[in-house]
Design a protein around this ligand. Structure first.
Ligand SMILES: C[S@@+](CC[C@H](N)C(=O)[O-])C[C@H]1O[C@@H](n2cnc3c(N)ncnc32)[C@H](O)[C@@H]1O
Length: 508
């Protein structure tokens, strides 16, 4: 990576193209009185209320949450992480402000999944989950309200090579972007579900070590992006959301193992949706506050284990996050799914199919990936392929037994268009040492060739068949080659016009 980190100014002072409001979404403005009512009973001096009102209608620049295995390339060091105050996003040191002039969202780095672009406020929840440390490594984690994956992708990176993530999103139409974003991490240690939290809690009681509930809320922090109307501060809107949040929290409590951790977050300012929910969990669910020492600067005035970042103080849209644990001595008769106690098989190796795959799909997987999905499973093989009508998934070895149930969705490995099976984009993006794709032929592109490929163009190659196209060793997608050129198989949603400055930055 040639680009260096430029100083350590706060995110709020940086400018970038992604900070521009979209043409058709105007920020919604509130006056100080309306803001005061929205945050009551938290009281702020009048001049601060005015600054808050002004900052709430101002769009803040996104930041880059850099993929954990790429922090070296972006020159983020552990010492940055240890000295929070020096970091661009002090509550989440593994994030960087977008350097001036760098068109982050239209760079090859972005296409290669090097970073996720998000509001710095949304990193408060990841900070409360300690996703910037090794605390989640090896854990079984659930993101209960996961789409589009801004936090699920951070959790997936934080669980490492021996944890597992269930990313749940009840709204079906939001599952595809979630799946795409998860695949961009290169990890295969996840499954997706699309369940109402109550229904999920019936299926997996007492299973998870950590659960993130980034709850649907009145979204007052989204006013600055024009993604909410003034109705976001109506009492009835807040009350409706608070009631829904309690239902979700009760389900999360059932899903959590004794001793496990709940991280609750919203992007709203209303106390009824934030600190009051923390009180309710302590009172009604007997949860215990679990303060996060690195977040003490952001302590809520109303909850010991609750934290707030504010638009006028912290240069972001604003957010709330809290961390609580479920006591180990909870009701001993409480139901716990029996498979939660199974030892995990955490080995990696060749995957096998439990049921024979469609013969064309089987052939594709054998010829492109060089593995034989339909051979009999051996004792050591816990990872497996599964075929649905149109897609074949490949779950990682060591995935919990319950991923085999039909309500889960696994990392996609191949899909059918008409009668023809093709390798899936998600499969190309797997880490280059992933046993599933380690045998695939790869071709390396220079900056200009990569930009052409990302825009949907062909690639020069004397190879034949399915190839993974790479830039600086990072997979970008599939091409199918005939010995002269490789035809582009990037899905439409993964195509982009690389900005000129982003290419030039790479080559300097
Ligand atoms: C604030 S967004 C989550 C954003 C996501 N965590 C991220 O960082 O990208 C809340 C999500 O909850 C989902 N949702 C809506 N109703 C829900 C419910 N009853 N239970 C769980 N999730 C729900 C929404 O569809 C939405 O995707």
């Amino acid at each position: 990576m040639s680009r260096s980190r430029k100083g350590s100014k706060k995110a709020s002072r940086k400018s970038s193209a992604s900070s521009k409001p979209s043409a058709n979404r105007k920020p919604v403005e509130l006056d100080a009185e309306q803001v005061s009512a929205a945050i009551a009973p938290i009281e702020l001096p009048t001049d601060e209320l005015e600054r808050l009102a002004a900052a709430m209608s101002q769009r803040h620049a996104n930041v880059m949450r850099v993929r954990r295995d790429r922090t070296d390339a972006f020159r983020i060091s552990r010492s940055d992480a240890d000295s929070h105050n020096q970091a661009d996003v002090p509550w989440y040191p593994l994030a960087l402000a977008i350097p001036d002039g760098f068109h982050a969202s239209r760079s090859i780095d972005f296409a290669a999944g090097e970073f996720y672009l998000q509001d710095a406020g949304s990193l408060l929840a990841l900070a409360a989950a300690q996703a910037d440390t090794d605390s989640l490594s090896g854990q079984l984690v659930c993101d209960l309200c996961a789409a589009p994956g801004g936090k699920a992708t951070g959790l997936l990176e934080a669980i490492g090579d021996d944890g597992f993530l269930l990313a749940n999103e009840p709204i079906r139409s939001r599952v595809a972007p979630l799946a795409y974003n998860l695949s961009r991490t290169g990890s295969d240690r996840y499954a997706i579900s699309s369940e109402d939290p109550d229904a999920l809690a019936e299926k997996l009681p007492g299973v998870f070590d950590t659960i993130l509930i980034d709850a649907p809320c009145s979204g007052q922090a989204l006013l600055s992006r024009g993604r909410q109307s003034k109705g976001a501060v109506n009492e009835s809107m807040v009350a409706t959301n608070a009631a829904r949040q309690q239902r979700i929290l009760a389900a999360a409590h059932k899903l959590l193992r004794p001793g496990g951790t709940i991280v609750y977050s919203t992007c709203t300012f209303a106390v009824a949706e934030n600190e009051d929910q923390v009180d309710w969990m302590i009172r009604e669910l007997e949860m215990q506050p679990s303060p996060v020492s690195t977040l003490s600067d952001y302590q809520s005035p109303l909850a010991d284990c609750g934290y707030r970042v504010w638009p006028h103080r912290d240069g972001c849209a604003g957010a709330f996050a809290a961390r609580l644990t479920k006591p180990i001595a909870a009701d001993p008769t409480e139901e716990t799914a029996e498979f939660s106690e199974d030892p995990w098989l955490l080995r990696r190796g060749v995957l096998r199919s439990e049921q024979p795959l469609d013969s064309d799909c089987d052939e594709l997987i054998q010829s492109v990936l060089g593995v034989s999905p339909s051979e009999n499973a051996t004792e050591d093989d816990s990872g497996f392929f599964r075929q649905r009508d149109w897609i074949t998934e490949a779950f990682c070895k060591g995935a919990p037994e319950w991923v085999k149930q039909d309500w889960t969705i696994g990392p996609e490995v191949a899909h059918r268009t008409g009668q023809t099976w093709k390798p899936s984009h998600a499969c190309a993006l797997r880490q280059t040492n992933d046993p599933l794709t380690v045998n695939v032929v790869r071709i390396e592109l220079n900056d200009a060739e990569a930009a052409t490929f990302l825009a949907g163009g062909t690639v020069p190659t004397d190879q034949r068949g399915w190839l993974i196209v790479q830039h600086q060793g990072r997979p970008l997608g599939w091409a199918k080659a005939d010995g002269r050129i490789g035809k582009n198989h990037l899905p439409t949603h993964a195509r982009m016009q690389v900005a000129k400055n982003a290419v030039q930055e790479q080559s300097t």
